[in-house]
Design a protein around this ligand. Structure first.
Ligand code: RM4
Ligand code: MN
Ligand code: MN
Length: 424
């Protein structure tokens, strides 16, 4: 389904007068507003192909309707999101959930929709039908070299798919670990995993990156072989300059100070990118910014500060991706909300008065530092986001437009009620 431009233009016409008032007011509060709008226009967040359908929990899955049943339809959904918000210009594929049969055709379709390919993801946390050896006791860490080899070959195959599509990075998330004390020799598990990652690394093109994603627990509950940012950083440092740590916001122990982790990884030049989502308890994969918007702002505050200190390009030098799952929401509405929350946190971080904050820190003025951050956080910057979208030809209010234009209804008419997307 391709978005009907005239309905989008008509929607914006209806809302533009109200928007102008709000934008002018916001601009009067913030001398840097224009620069923020330009930065927002350059900023994009990649959509995970596995989150375009309804997710589930181990207790059940309640199918939505009009879900994308093919890779082509998944790309169309991302194209729709990007047409609506002008900030979702890439997709992150998960192999083998999304194996492209005709790479050139998939590439052409993506180009027609104005989207590119962000990191490709491998999957050695599930057994696939017909697979020779099982990952029940791990993949790269496995005690049996043949299982490790199978996982290595899979990752290399994923890289090859990525090369064909124009992707530039591989994300490796391993579910490897152990469920009970004594099950695993930690040192050997680390060594095997490192060796496997080294073989995968050797197959990476020179202009590629590999992101080593960590996770504190689940599906293993006693130990995870890439369990935290320290372990991920160890692997990344040992692998070399193309290897980085990937931070998934849902992969920490409760109350972890993620913004500090981000600051230190940036300092080390080893932060590769993000899987954004929000959580209340664990890897809940909820809409970004839905539970702890202040934390999200604090993370972006460190990102802007640290990236600027390293002369990095905000839009292109890190992998900005979402990793989410939706049990009760329309997946596309959820993703529109997530992108909006990320853009807002980024805008807020851009508006922090850096020199005033530095002065407060230098003077040990805790109160002033808090006031500075919270003042920005409590200023409504949504008109800046709307302005960026308006200038890019996208919708002033994404979710409202999605509903008014009955995008889901159109997808259901095209695909039917019962299609099921591959993914989580
Ligand atoms: C994991 C992890 C990975 C993602 C899978 C589907 O918890 O977050 O990034 O590939 O879920
Ligand atoms: Mn993830
Ligand atoms: Mn996760």
């Amino acid at each position: 389904m391709i978005l009907d431009r005239s309905s989008l233009d008509a929607f914006n016409e209806r809302h533009v007068a109200e928007h102008r008032k709000r934008y002018e007011f916001t601009r009067s509060l913030l001398p840097g507003a224009e620069a923020v709008v330009e930065k927002l226009m350059a900023f994009n967040v990649a959509i995970p192909s596995w989150a375009l359908g309804t997710g589930g929990t181990r207790f059940g899955r309640f199918s939505g309707a009009g879900e994308p049943g093919t890779l082509e339809q998944k790309l169309e959904d991302v194209g729709l999101l990007h047409a609506i918000n002008a900030s979702s210009g890439a997709v992150s594929l998960h192999i083998p959930w999304d194996i492209p049969k005709d790479h050139a055709a998939i590439r052409r379709l993506a180009a027609d929709l104005g989207i590119g390919f962000d990191a490709v993801n491998s999957n050695t946390f599930q057994d696939q039908p017909g697979q020779a050896l099982s990952y029940k006791f791990g993949s790269l860490q496995h005690v049996n070299r043949a299982v490790r080899k199978q996982a290595i070959d899979h990752n290399i195959e994923v890289v090859h798919h990525g090369i064909e599509l124009g992707s530039k990075s591989l994300t490796v998330w391993l579910s490897d670990g152990s469920c009970f004390p004594g099950q695993l020799n930690f040192r050997k598990a680390f060594g095997n995993t490192l060796e496997g990652l080294q073989e995968i690394y050797a197959a990476l093109p020179d202009d590629w990156k590999v992101f080593v994603e960590y996770k504190a627990f689940e599906p293993n509950f006693y130990s995870m072989t890439v369990g935290d940012w320290g372990q991920s950083l160890l692997y990344a440092n040992k692998l070399g300059s193309k290897a980085y740590t990937l931070v998934d916001l849902g992969h920490h122990l409760p109350n972890a100070n993620i913004e500090q982790i981000v600051a230190l990884l940036l300092m080390e030049g080893k932060l590769g990118g993000f899987h954004f989502n929000d959580s209340k308890y664990g890897d809940d994969d909820l809409t970004a910014g839905s539970m702890r918007p202040y934390q999200l702002f604090l993370i972006f505050n460190e990102l802007v500060e640290g990236m600027d200190a390293h002369g990095m390009n905000h839009a292109t030098d890190l992998g900005w991706m979402i990793d989410a799952s939706h049990n009760v929401k329309d997946p596309l509405e959820d993703l529109l909300q997530s992108v909006e929350a990320l853009m807002l946190a980024y805008a807020q971080a851009l508006c922090v008065d850096r020199s005033a904050l530095e002065a407060a820190q230098a003077g040990n003025d805790t109160v002033a530092a808090q006031e500075l951050l919270q003042d920005v956080f409590r200023t409504d910057l949504r008109p800046l986001l709307a302005e960026a979208r308006l200038r890019a030809g996208a919708a002033l209010h994404p979710v409202k437009f999605f509903r008014e234009a009955d995008v889901r209804g159109g997808l259901i008419r095209e695909r039917g009620l019962n299609t099921v997307a591959t993914g989580l």
